[in-house]
Design a binder for this molecule. Structure first.
Ligand SMILES: Cc1ncc(COP(=O)(O)O)c(C=O)c1O
Length: 492
């Protein structure tokens, strides 16, 4: 079979991309039977596990049907050339919301996406690949399918999943809740969106961390919130810089600040809870990757010490499992239950039931925790490989913000302005390395070159190779931009 692996990242994903290309180009039309995994593995000189994991992924995405052992068939959608072109008319924004959305959302923004032809990419938000997890997920989907009722699911979420999440978060994150407090949503992004609808009117003051998670910022701006950026240091949000006037909402990533990695200290946790109480406002705790605390015990959630019911805790399975699943949850403060349920009902009548049922089983059977343990171990190896290689190969040219959790680090290229950073990123892309600026994480970006370096989906070998390429790019860029003198100064 004529498939070329592009050499980028895990083999399994290389094969997924090669097969997708062959399907999209029509070389593998719908109905084609793929070779047996053993034969394909032999042809491509990869392991059979790689082929099985790639087939599993394509099956999960609906591009293949059939099972390993009984043959896999291409389930191709109509090729793009067969579809009639979509007529696009330009229309003025029809509401204040869509005017803001047009200003804020760039559908062509490639800053966070993988670009073709790169050997390595430090891309944020790609999940860790675990073939055992893929298999367990498919098994649970298959088991759940016959039992899922065909009518609308409960908008709040399946009771079995709410119960499983409740048990899990009370035990592992110290949360205070019952299954009645859990609202199942389509990822943290929907949780933040519902929170904006329920809590924020256009013009309301909302405190966000500076820097912050761009997804949350954009949602709030689209809703017309007046954002107040409060700086973050090594202990998290600078609570001494909270505004004097009352804010309606404070958005935080206290367990692992995005993107710097700082953990909010206990005294500041108490300060921010007190601020919310004084304002009669709310705190959105985005615990996007708090379960991956690798070098130390997980920090209990802020919600666990909230005595006033002011914290909405948001959890997501995008980092711990995979983002395509689109599953997350809100632990709702009791005073907001009805408002959130109404907003969720209005948004979509509820999250797809099949995935919820499968996830409930994955958690209940212990497979989720087994995966968390294995993934945490691998992530710590990858983070150490990244930090060690950067210290060794880049020396004083790159400063890393200390981070003990998650799947990314924030790095600063010493002495480079933001504009030089853009040139460096372009230079690296020409050499097959994907680097991503952290500019988009600021309301008011500083004039320095900061990079958001994701490592979750890279093996330790890939991480080391990518850092070697990064160091070479720093060398060649400095040489090209400033001549040999600067290169020598830098590498000293
Ligand atoms: C800090 C942070 N919060 C929330 C999200 C959104 O997660 P989800 O995929 O659950 O919508 C992300 C995604 O990368 C994130 O980095």
């Amino acid at each position: 079979m004529d498939l070329v692996l592009d050499g980028n990242g895990p083999r399994y994903m290389q094969l997924v991309r090669a097969l997708k290309q062959a399907i999209a180009s029509g070389r593998l039309p719908g109905g084609t039977r793929l070779p047996a995994s053993r034969d394909l593995a032999r042809d491509l000189v990869v392991s059979r596990t790689t082929v099985v994991a790639a087939f599993d992924q394509l099956r999960a995405e609906g591009l293949l049907t059939g099972r390993v052992g009984s043959g896999s068939y291409v389930n191709a959608p109509a090729s793009p050339t067969q579809r009639p072109p979509v007529a696009r008319r330009s229309v003025l924004p029809q509401s204040a919301y869509s005017r803001r959305a047009r200003e804020l959302h760039d559908p062509d923004d490639l800053s966070g996406r993988r670009l073709p032809g790169m050997r390595h990419a430090f891309q944020y938000a790609l999940p860790l690949v675990n073939a055992a997890l893929n298999t367990a997920w498919l098994r649970e989907l298959g088991r759940a399918a016959p039992y899922v009722r065909p009518n609308y699911p409960m908008p709040q979420g399946l009771p079995s999943l709410r119960e499983a999440i409740c048990k899990h978060v009370t035990r592992t994150r110290g949360l205070q809740c019952t299954p009645q407090d859990i609202l199942v949503v389509s990822g943290a992004q929907q949780a933040i969106s519902l929170a904006a609808r329920v809590l924020v009117d256009p013009g309301d003051d909302v405190v966000i961390e500076e820097p912050q998670y761009f997804g949350a910022r954009t949602i709030l701006q689209m809703h017309g919130a007046n954002l107040i950026g409060v700086p973050v240091d090594a202990e998290g949000l600078r609570t001494d810089r909270l505004p004097n006037r009352p804010a309606k909402l404070v958005c935080l990533t206290p367990s692992h600040h995005f993107p710097t990695g700082a953990v909010l200290s206990l005294s500041r946790r108490i300060d921010v809870l007190q601020y919310a109480r004084q304002c009669a406002g709310w705190i959105l705790e985005d615990d996007y990757d708090g379960e991956f605390r690798q070098d130390a015990q997980p920090v209990p959630a802020l919600q666990s010490i909230d005595r006033d019911g002011r914290v909405l805790y948001v959890g997501s399975f995008s980092k711990t499992l995979f983002p395509s699943m689109r599953l997350g949850y809100i632990v709702m403060p009791s005073g907001l239950h009805d408002d959130f349920l109404a907003a969720k009902w209005a948004a979509d009548f509820g999250t797809p039931a099949l995935e919820q049922a499968a996830l409930a089983q994955l958690i209940t059977t212990g497979a989720y925790e087994r995966h968390l343990r294995a993934a945490s171990k691998r992530l710590v190896e990858r983070r150490h490989a990244l930090c060690d290689a950067i210290v060794r190969q880049c020396g004083a040219r790159v400063t890393l913000r200390p981070s003990h959790a998650g799947m990314h680090v924030l790095a600063e290229v010493t002495g480079l302005s933001a504009a030089e950073g853009v040139q460096l990123i372009r230079h690296a892309r020409e050499r097959g390395l994907g680097l991503y600026p952290a500019t988009n994480c600021y309301l008011d970006p500083p004039d320095r070159c900061e990079l958001l370096m994701g490592y979750g989906a890279m093996s330790t070998r890939d991480v080391r190779e990518a850092v070697t390429l990064f160091a070479a790019c720093l060398d060649s860029w400095a040489l090209r931009a400033h001549g040999p003198a600067l290169r020598l100064a830098h590498s000293r």
